[in-house]
Design a protein around this ligand. Structure first.
Ligand code: ARG
Length: 566
């Protein structure tokens, strides 16, 4: 039974207003003490030629309580409805438990494809902390959209093309040693790449050689292509190690190289539409009327660039997936790039370009560490994850808690703590990494939420053998139980809000609040104590069971796995 719909029906019947209008007008009061749902009578004042408080009073006197509504108060110009708590708790808890991991899900996305492009590191280059931010946000968004019934494709737009690969090939042919590289691919490739730059300062002809190699690569020359593929494969082995740790998977690793033969068409289309103009030898789309620098399509030497590959990729995605949304989870410093390519696509007459969205995020600061250049390598990133795991293990050992498989638990908490940190605030905010905050078991953190779950599960384990499947929920109508159950009821809305704004932090905030309310509930509503009577115990157990399911589900949408004890 839907309490809100029921009240909307009642108001509609009583006032003769359009149901739609009533549905839009009802709101959640700012303070729980004011009830569960409010209807502002102000819009009726004109029609009825009466003051809103008077209207509220008259309507309240005509509304009687029923099995769902406990009472209706007129306060100022508002009608405040109080649900029948026992009915609400009973209804919600049984719905949650019956739905299992389907609670909060929706089929609103059915038949629609959402592309979430995220992570997208550059091969033979360090996977830096910004890529980790993108990975955390994108992975969560992919899960959120799936939860809402969308067909989701996770895309990794690898940076695997560009003139730098000519340099790398040249460097490799001079100084590359496969045996050394395979031990630590990205670090070694970076080393010879850096060496190339040093040498090229003294011997500028190296640059010509590199250009020549890239040209060969573009022409599909066998040897250079094989080398390029080798760099790519080696880099992917390393990236995948990080993805495995995080539990992240992609449906496609089509990177920039994949579009290298799909750009001529883009250039042709833009040309036909008369969008390309000459600028210092380059071919560009002039965007000055939008106060943007031109979008460069072909460089003066005829080579295509990042933007062109992105436009070709968007066109390919449109044709391949006919997407509902094409989301790019990429740092805010690339905002201008996306505004430029989206505008160019719009001018090309691609009306679907309106469904391309740049989901940006802020910067990450690691106090005491220099993230700027070469230190931010893939080793370093794994170090961050490993450090988190080790610190967690130390805490577990210090607490002397019996967690079973320490490795597994430390890993889930350690990784969870990192992911949570990226998803804790609105994504455009900069982040400061602090171990103390991340691993604070009492603060707003992954361990805190995971502990709430583990605590609930331990209560349920102790209750084994007690059948609470048809508990009388009128035995659990305390304020704290009610607050908790109301939150449980709002899960689906939190997930929808997160998708609507492309902000996983709505789910993060939701689950953190849920756990806070759960903590309060079990502190004020003892469960397995001797002096708790059987019926009350059963009702409270049903709540614990329902809430555990939601904590697990919500954390999974953040990419965080729960543990049974900690
Ligand atoms: N590889 C790029 C980088 O590391 C990010 C790619 C973003 N995605 C895109 N479609 N341009 O900066």
């Amino acid at each position: 039974m839907n309490f809100k719909e029921h009240i909307i029906d009642k108001i509609t019947e009583l006032t003769g207003l359009e149901r739609e209008a009533v549905s839009k007008a009802v709101e959640t009061p700012p303070d729980e003490k004011l009830g569960d749902l409010a209807f502002p009578c102000f819009p009726l004042a004109k029609v009825l030629r009466k003051a809103p408080p008077l209207i509220a009073q008259e309507l309240a006197s005509k509304l009687s309580s029923d099995e769902l509504i406990d009472r209706v108060d007129a306060v100022g110009g508002y009608l405040n409805f109080f649900y029948n708590r026992a009915a609400f708790i009973s209804d919600t808890v049984s719905a949650v438990r019956a739905a299992g991991d389907g609670w909060g899900r929706s089929d609103m996305g059915s038949g629609k494809t959402v592309l979430v492009e995220y992570s997208s590191p550059n091969i033979a280059k360090p996977f830096h902390i910004g890529h980790l931010f993108s990975t955390a946000v994108g992975n969560s968004l992919a899960k959120i959209y799936k939860f809402l019934g969308y067909d989701v494709q996770s895309l990794n737009h690898l940076g695997d093309w560009g003139t730098q690969f000519g340099k790398l090939i040249s460097a490799y042919k001079r100084w590359g040693d496969p045996a050394v590289i395979e031990k630590d691919p990205i670090k070694e490739l970076l080393k010879i790449y850096v060496k190339f730059h040093e040498e090229a300062e003294k011997h500028p002809e190296l640059e010509d050689e590199a250009r020549e190699y890239f040209k060969k690569l573009e022409e599909g020359d066998e040897e250079t292509t094989a080398l390029w593929k080798y760099f790519r494969d080696q880099s992917l082995v390393e990236f995948k190690r990080v993805y495995d740790m995080l539990g992240v998977e992609f449906d496609s690793y089509n990177g920039e190289a994949f579009y290298s033969d799909k750009m001529d068409e883009v250039v042709e289309i833009l040309n036909e539409k008369g969008l390309l103009v000459e600028s210092e030898g380059a071919r560009v789309v002039d965007l000055s009327d939008m106060n943007m620098p031109p979008c460069i399509i072909l460089k003066s030497d005829g080579a295509t660039i990042y933007a062109t590959r992105d436009i070709a990729a968007a066109l390919y995605r449109h044709r391949t997936y006919n997407f509902y949304k094409n989301i790019y989870v990429v740092g805010l410093p690339q905002s201008l790039h996306f505004r430029q390519i989206f505008e160019t696509m719009k001018r090309a007459g691609w009306e679907w370009s309106k469904d391309c969205v740049h989901v940006g995020f802020g910067l990450v600061k690691l106090p005491g560490k220099n993230m700027s250049t070469r230190h931010g390598d893939v080793v370093f990133l794994e170090e961050v994850l490993n450090e988190s795991i080790e610190k967690t293990r130390a805490i577990i050992e210090k607490n002397n808690s019996d967690v079973g498989d320490v490795d597994d638990v430390a890993k889930k908490i350690g990784i969870g703590a990192v992911l949570y940190t990226f998803l804790k605030n609105s994504r455009e905010k900069d982040i400061v990494f602090s171990w103390d905050t991340m691993l604070d078991f009492d603060g707003e953190s992954a361990p805190y939420c995971m502990y709430g779950y583990a605590r609930g599960r331990s209560i349920l384990r102790r209750a084994e053998g007690i059948d609470y499947s048809d508990a009388d929920m009128s035995k659990a109508v305390s304020d704290d139980a009610y607050t908790l159950v109301k939150l449980m009821n709002g899960y689906g809305d939190a997930v929808k809000d997160a998708a609507d704004k492309n902000e996983p932090f709505y789910v993060n905030r939701y689950v953190t609040n849920l756990v806070k309310a759960f903590n309060k509930f079990y502190n004020t509503n003892p469960i397995m104590k001797d002096d708790v009577d059987e019926d009350t115990k059963k009702a409270r157990l049903a709540i614990v069971d329902a809430v555990c399911g939601i904590i697990k589900s919500a954390l999974s949408l953040l990419g965080i796995e729960v543990v049974e004890s900690m």
